[in-house]
Structure formats: C-alpha cells, structure tokens
Design a protein around this ligand. Structure first.
Ligand code: FES
Length: 79
C-alpha cells in the first residue's frame, strides 16, 4: 500500500556522484548548463534518467529532487 511519501533523488546513480558533488564540480569549472556536464563526461552519460534533475540543478541550484521534477522555462512554456 502506498504511503504517499516519495523518495528523493540526490545523485546520478550511473556515475555514483551526488548532485551536491556535481554542482561543486560545475562551479569549479564555471559551467552554466547541464550540457557542459555531459560534454565533459562529469555525469549523465549512462541511462540519462538524471538529465531533468541536472538541468533543474544548473538553473535553480537545488540538489534534491523528486520523481517528475523538471525545470520549466516559463518564457518557453506553452499551453
Ligand atoms: S542516473 Fe545519471 S546517467 Fe544514469
């Protein structure tokens, strides 16, 4: 039976790095987009399930997410 509590996501599982660690690396390397993390093979090169969280992390600075969390650019959102 569901309890209503959702388990948070705090890491790129494939690369065994927490989003906190990844954000620190991004800061040290002056990255501003999650694409730069992928291009430099810092994380996100496995299953890709973390991509929405990485994108949101790079925009908001958050490092803990819940399934379904995505960053929506209100300037580009439709409908
Ligand atoms: S969880 Fe990040 S690539 Fe799989």
């Amino acid at each position: 039976m569901a309890t209503g509590r959702r388990k948070s996501v705090k890491r790129c599982v494939c690369h065994k790095k927490t989003f906190c660690e990844i954000l620190d690396i991004a800061s040290e390397m002056n990255f501003t987009t999650y694409a730069q993390l992928l291009e430099n093979k810092i994380c996100g090169m496995g299953c890709g399930m973390c991509h929405p969280y990485l994108n949101k992390m790079m925009v908001t600075g958050e490092t803990e997410f819940y399934p379904g969390d995505v960053y929506i650019d209100s300037d580009k959102a439709t409908g």
